[in-house]
Design a protein around this ligand. Structure first.
Ligand code: ADP
Ligand code: MG
Length: 273
């Protein structure tokens, strides 16, 4: 495996709070790595560190064997694409114009000849061509999410850092995003995706990294990381883990008592249909 990132003992402290503490991991090309953990665990902060947008207050990060701090912004922009959790886009741009912004790092390089092809391919891959010419603010949350992903895909970087790329998406488009991630990994890219749906992460990721309160609590294959004991401890809710009947990958099901699910016993069953 060719290593994209070597992260060693990374910490991030804001005032007196350790938002990240002693994080060490390796991220390989040709793989999909899912970053999971409860709200506030530090996932977005770690992604920002990998992106080079947030300087860690401790430890070291190397990309392609070179300290991340030594990369210029222009070099980084051609090496890693970042999908932020919040997509603040200025008004009055169409979807296609937003995707075009992904090509900015290649301006003035021979790769700029590929702009049109890269933009159309990214729109097609995210199933966004049909609404690409509408103003971005008029799109639904899910459509905006797909345009934003298309912008990162159009950047055509060897590393993709995606913060909750499936958050606003319906079931089918969630699957699409993870299939895209798998395809990219198949072509040798390194894909890191923050995901909340543990079953979705388990179905498509090669590697799972679980954070809890700024610390890395598990790193391995989905089957290694997703034990019921660990998930219950980290997420503080009872779960059952079953193998997917088709793939054998772990599926995480919250455990509910029949009484919790039985609406006739809770007195609010009337008039909801
Ligand atoms: P996650 O993405 O896993 O939900 P984040 O990385 O966004 O978590 O945040 C981790 C913790 O750090 C949270 O408690 C958050 O409130 C805190 N945090 C993040 N950024 C800042 C900041 N700039 N100043 C203070 N606290 C922050
Ligand atoms: Mg986050």
């Amino acid at each position: 495996m060719t290593i994209a990132y070597r992260v060693h003992g990374v910490g991030h402290r804001i005032v007196d709070v350790e938002i990240l503490d002693g994080i060490s991991l390796e991220i390989g090309y040709g793989r999909v790595l899912a970053l999971v953990g409860p709200n506030g665990a530090g996932k977005s902060t770690l992604l920002g560190v990998l992106a080079g947008d947030t300087a860690p207050t401790g430890g070291s990060v190397e990309l392609d064997g070179r300290p991340l701090g030594d990369w210029s912004p222009a070099e980084l922009a051609r090496r890693r694409g970042v999908l932020l959790q919040q997509n603040a886009v200025a008004f009055s741009f169409t979807g296609r114009q937003v995707v075009e912004m992904g090509r900015a790092p290649w301006l003035g390089t021979p790769s700029a000849d590929d702009d049109e092809r890269a933009i159309e391919a990214a729109l097609a891959e995210t199933d966004a061509t049909a609404f690409a010419d509408r103003p971005f603010p008029t799109l639904s949350g899910g459509e905006r999410a797909r345009i934003s992903l298309a912008r990162v895909l159009a950047q055509e970087t060897p590393v993709l850092l995606l913060d909750e790329p499936t958050a606003a998406l319906d079931l089918g488009h969630q699957e699409d995003v993870l299939r895209i991630a798998r395809r990219l990994a198949g072509r040798g890219r390194a894909v890191v995706a923050v995901l909340h749906d543990l079953s979705l992460a388990a179905a498509y990721a090669d590697d799972l990294v679980m954070l809890d309160r700024g610390r890395l609590v598990a790193d391995g294959s989905p089957a290694e990381v997703l034990s019921a004991e660990r998930v219950e401890e980290v997420y503080r809710t009872p779960v059952r883990i079953l193998p997917d009947p088709d793939t054998g990958r772990p599926v995480v099901l919250p455990r509910r008592t029949p009484a919790e699910a039985d609406r006739t016993s809770s007195g609010d069953a009337q008039g909801t249909r």
